[in-house]
Design a protein around this ligand. Structure first.
Ligand SMILES: [Zn+2]
Length: 425
């Protein structure tokens, strides 16, 4: 049951947008501020990055697209967001095109032209995806672009991006049914049939940013299949592969437009009890340098506490929670059953299944609880902790939930007074 809710939550929150009115700075100050925030990149934290809810988040700043499609940069120090544009006089307008020829007659703001799910800033440049699957490298101003790779299954959209050792790891999944056709130039194209596939396709691509090679390191097609990149640690990528042995069925036994059979014995009455028994998880270890891929856990029944600095935890069928090393060795049992895990670089952070509004920081060596804080999940749902920054879903009164920020200190104090929603105008 938990897993079903989790999947639904992912989709739901990704679609949600939030409107938060905030004072904006002057255009001139904006250009300078963007430069300052972007310069912060070279201070460090450039070895491994990951995306969160289609945003690119670091300890110092976050890059995301507002609901106008403009790229914004959120500075965690000043807690303000600024249009990602270095042109001091820019009014941040979209390009004007000739209605007949579609030619650009007036150049638009750069913040509109980087219109992908993932944008990463690196020390000297930026890397982003175009919606057509191209991986582009450009300077920090978004100029001097060149294509370095194409993701072949661009039809799928992106779910999560990890970066390490000049390699991008892009996980995806799709519920759509595609037909593969050969284009006139001999290239393969995919046509979305508009139908849902009974199973779901998921996988991970890795893109070498140095030589542009693209490799699919994992691919699966199963009921409710989904990948979650877990961590990059010591030259390895760890990821979780979720799937079920029955099709996606809702609490009222709806099949979501799919032509699938309701599993025998499943009823509206026993749905919540029976469904979780059909969901599984495998954990994989991919060695980036050698390309070796191996499972380290198979057929786990429940979710994990997020991976952290060489450790992760799994709630197990016997009612305990096992603490594991990345090697797959179970070496400790936690004194409670985990409900959910938070991606964190500062220790194992999770919630007790019996107290989902309470976050616990666990010492990975002793298994002891170091810190705890209570935050109502209807106000803030923590998603990722990076150094002094916590990102998650923040409730805006009357407007639903959207991506938000809180300092790690405030988070552990359970104090949402200074929480900030990302700017969506
Ligand atoms: Zn602009």
């Amino acid at each position: 049951m938990r897993k079903i809710l989790l999947f639904t939550g992912f989709t739901f929150l990704t679609l949600l947008t939030v409107s938060c009115k905030k004072k904006t700075s002057t255009p001139k100050a904006e250009g300078e501020s963007v430069q300052q925030v972007a310069d912060g990149v070279s201070k460090g934290k450039t070895e491994a990055f990951y995306s969160y809810k289609r945003s690119y988040v670091t300890e110092d700043y976050a890059l995301y697209h507002d609901n106008h499609g403009r790229l914004q940069i959120f500075d965690t120090e000043s807690k303000t967001d600024i249009v990602y544009c270095f042109n001091a006089g820019c009014e941040h307008q979209q390009a004007k095109r000739d209605p007949v020829t579609n030619e650009v007659i007036q150049k638009g703001c750069i913040a509109y032209e980087i219109s992908s799910d993932c944008v990463m800033l690196r020390e000297n440049d930026m890397v982003f995806f175009q919606d057509n699957g191209q991986v582009i490298r450009a300077d920090r101003q978004g100029e001097n672009r060149r294509m370095i790779a194409i993701i072949p299954l661009y039809k799928l959209g992106f779910r999560e991006v990890f970066y390490s050792a000049d390699t991008l790891f892009i996980s995806y999944y799709t519920d759509n049914r595609f037909e593969e056709i050969k284009g006139e130039n001999g290239q393969t194209q995919w046509i979305n049939t508009g139908e849902l596939s009974d199973t779901r396709e998921c996988g991970i691509y890795c893109v070498n940013l140095s030589d542009g090679t693209v490799k699919e390191l994992f691919q699966a097609d199963a009921y409710n299949a989904m990948i979650s990149c877990a961590d990059i640690w010591d030259g390895h990528l760890y990821f979780k592969y979720f799937y079920s042995d029955i099709p996606a069925i809702g609490p009222n036994l709806e099949t979501y437009g799919r032509d699938v059979e309701i599993p025998e014995g499943l009823t509206v009455e026993n749905y919540w009890e029976e469904m979780p028994k059909h969901f599984w998880m495998d954990v994989y270890d991919y060695h980036i340098a050698t390309g070796e891929l191996k499972p380290i856990l198979r057929n786990c029944r429940e979710g994990t506490l997020e991976f952290c600095r060489g450790f992760f935890a799994v709630a197990e069928t016997d009612g305990t929670t096992g603490l594991y090393r990345y090697s797959g060795e179970r070496f400790r049992e936690l004194p409670f059953r985990i409900g959910k895990g938070i991606r964190s670089d500062s220790g194992l952070v999770c919630c007790d299944e019996k107290a989902m509004d309470e976050y616990l920081l666990i010492d990975e060596n002793t298994g002891e609880i170091i810190k705890r804080t209570k935050i109502s999940s209807s106000k803030f749902l923590a998603g990722v902790i990076i150094g002094k920054s916590v990102y998650g879903s923040l409730a805006i009164p009357g407007e639903g939930m959207g991506l938000g920020y809180i300092s790690t200190e405030d988070f552990w104090n359970g104090d949402l007074t200074n929480a900030v929603a990302f700017q969506v105008q």
